[in-house]
Design a protein around this ligand. Structure first.
Ligand code: ADP
Length: 306
């Protein structure tokens, strides 16, 4: 299986004409609750892409936790390793979207903070049996570092999506195969710091190649509407995205990463997996929602021309 050691949040989004001022109460004109943590999103994306996914996550003993478990089960993702903790709320993102298109987001980690390094040790048998282990920058830094160390010791492939950027030790990043970053996250870890904004895919391909073996074992950088680049000891590649009309880019990065992990776990080479993930990301931006915007495996493979 693909083990996703993941952050799990429930997004509560209020749609408002304009943001309230401090002390002000306003009425929203819409409200939506949806699964939204990067870990849970990537687990759903990997499952939709055809992987057998084991999500290790934590929720609170509250209604949001119930909602998350029900939603994951409805997608068919195994929740055997999604435990409830008694003393913390389910991770939540309180989002406000104004008519201007701007948003504000407040994330409370809550139960996610219970995913400590001790949980990594307790899950050693599950990690040992994994085809690949995937995690994200939303987890505590010491947990990410422990996962890197334990997977290295076990000889299991470790994929880290360092979103948001977090101060993970260089030694842990060096195990990542690949380290998956968007342009902003790449610059945060010192990849492409000198690249001009709007550098081309080919320029980013060369930048990613120069980070191989230095920052990480292999590197993938996503570049929004332009697509993505990848580099490993075997070479470096560009994967341009098709020109599409984006209606909602929320969750596109998670759709990309979950799909990438699923195909790497099957044994696809990095260049193929990145091309398929770019196709999945381009499909995701054409549909509204986050986990609801992921296309099934057959549609993604057809769009990738594979
Ligand atoms: P993030 O949302 O994490 O910042 P990106 O914006 O780089 O990540 O998007 C991730 C992937 O989603 C891209 O590599 C691409 O495959 C796809 N994508 C994002 N925006 C678009 C777009 N406007 N058109 C086509 N594909 C897109």
């Amino acid at each position: 299986p693909t083990v996703v050691f993941g952050s799990l949040n429930v997004d509560s989004t209020s749609y408002v004409a304009a943001f309230p001022a401090p002390g002000e109460t306003i009425l929203a004109h819409g409200f939506r609750v949806a699964l939204g943590g990067k870990g849970s999103n990537q687990a759903v994306a990997a499952h939709v892409a055809g992987a057998s996914v084991d999500l290790v996550a934590r929720v609170g003993a509250d209604a949001s936790g119930e909602f998350a478990l029900t939603t994951l089960a409805a997608f068919g993702v195994s929740t055997d390793a999604v435990m409830r903790v008694a003393d913390a709320p389910t991770g939540v993102a309180q989002i406000t979207v104004a008519d201007s298109g701007e948003n504000t987001v407040i994330v409370t980690g809550g139960a996610n903070l219970a995913l400590t390094p001790a949980v990594v040790d307790a899950e050693r048998a599950r990690l040992a049996g994994a085809a690949l282990v995937l995690t994200q920058g939303e987890l505590p830094v010491d947990t990410i570092e422990r996962l890197a160390a334990v997977t290295a010791e076990l000889g299991v492939r470790f994929v880290l999506n360092l979103a948001p950027p977090a101060p993970v030790a260089a030694a842990a990043l060096r195990h990542c195969d690949p380290l998956v970053l968007n342009e902003h996250e790449a610059r945060a870890v010192g990849i492409g710091t000198d690249a001009p904004m709007g550098a081309t895919l080919d320029e980013w391909r060369a930048i990613a190649a120069s980070a191989v073996g230095v920052v990480a074992r292999s590197v993938v950088v996503t570049l929004g509407a332009a697509g993505a680049v990848a580099a490993s000891a075997d070479g470096s590649w560009t994967a341009p995205a098709p020109r599409v009309t984006a209606v909602d880019t929320t969750g596109a990065g998670d759709g990309f990463t979950g799909t990438l992990a699923a195909f790497l776990a099957e044994g696809r080479p990095l260049d193929d997996a990145v091309r398929i993930a770019v196709a999945a990301g381009a499909l995701a931006v054409q549909a509204r929602g986050t986990v609801d915007s992921y296309s099934p495996r057959a549609a993604v493979l057809a769009a990738a021309g594979l």
